[in-house]
Ligand binder design. Structure first.
Ligand SMILES: NC(=O)c1ccc[n+]([C@@H]2O[C@H](COP(=O)([O-])OP(=O)(O)OC[C@H]3O[C@@H](n4cnc5c(N)ncnc54)[C@H](OP(=O)(O)O)[C@@H]3O)[C@@H](O)[C@H]2O)c1
Length: 239
């Protein structure tokens, strides 16, 4: 049953595609990110299609701001059924060469920022009544770089490995509170601002939205701990 969802990094890429799809499926969609313009565009699109959406300017590095956004969501929508922890950055740099600034920013956004958002969301979910046996869901958008090292992105790899561990610990912690945690591991290149260049074949961002939507359709007691999204190789060319 559609409820209320908060999507960080919901103004662009995978987050925006997820917001559009869930808006069309009847969810009350709250999108958050640092720039108002892309968020407002996504909100306008969802509302234009007859859906419900709100934008929140948010830097996930600010823990208090995450708490304030969750409070705004609840003030508008009454509860928070799902958080999609999707905000992320990628800074190119090897383990031996990454700058201190790129390392810090990547870890602060992709790992600590995700922690801030999930802490704010889980505090609210614990307070609200269960629906179909579940108080809420946290979906953490991960990457193939969360499972194996990605040489040109050492800080990104470290942040996504960290997020997988954080998610695992959280899953055990909040299960007794009837809160579900899912890793949406996007182990394929997907069209977005973050993943550009090269001759890599990319999946459309809509596929990630579809993966998120399918996790959300699970009945209350059913937990999908992890979804691994990959893609088939290119079909062979005919002689
Ligand atoms: N594209 C891929 O191939 C791929 C593959 C695997 C996993 N992923 C993951 O998918 C997620 C979304 O990435 P994307 O590919 O859709 O790239 P994207 O279009 O660049 O989206 C990243 C989003 O995060 C937001 N963001 C960045 N820093 C933020 C901060 N400090 N506070 C709040 N929001 C912030 C950005 O908005 P603002 O700049 O306005 O804040 C932007 O909307 C990331 O977690 C990424 O690691 C992507």
């Amino acid at each position: 049953m559609p409820g209320t969802i908060l999507i960080t990094g919901g103004g662009t890429g995978l987050g925006a595609a997820t917001a559009r799809l869930l808006g069309a499926l009847g969810w009350m969609v709250h999108v958050a990110g640092r720039r108002a313009e892309p968020l407002d565009a996504v909100v306008a699109e969802i509302r234009g299609g007859g859906g419900r959406a709100e934008a929140h300017v948010l830097d996930v590095r600010d823990a208090e701001a995450c708490v304030a956004v969750v409070a705004d969501v609840v003030a508008t929508s009454g509860r928070l059924d799902a958080l999609v922890n999707n905000a992320g950055v990628f800074r190119r740099g090897t383990a031996s060469g990454v700058s201190a600034e790129d390392w810090a920013t990547t870890l602060e956004v992709n790992l600590t920022g995700a922690l801030h958002a999930l802490q704010a969301a889980v505090a609210q979910m614990r307070r609200q009544a269960p629906v179909d046996g579940c108080r809420g869901q946290v979906l953490n958008v991960n990457s193939g770089a969360g499972l194996r090292g990605y040489e040109p992105g050492a800080a990104y790899t470290a942040s996504k490995f960290g997020l997988l561990g954080l998610s695992d610990a959280l899953r055990l912690e909040v299960a007794p509170d009837l809160v579900k945690v899912t890793d949406v591991v996007v182990a394929a290149a997907v069209e977005s601002d973050l993943s550009t260049g090269g001759s890599v074949r990319r999946l459309p961002a809509l596929v990630v939205a579809q993966a998120v939507a399918s996790v959300l359709t699970m009945p209350g007691a059913a937990v999908l701990s992890r979804v691994d999204l990959t893609q088939l190789p290119e079909p062979p060319t005919l002689p």
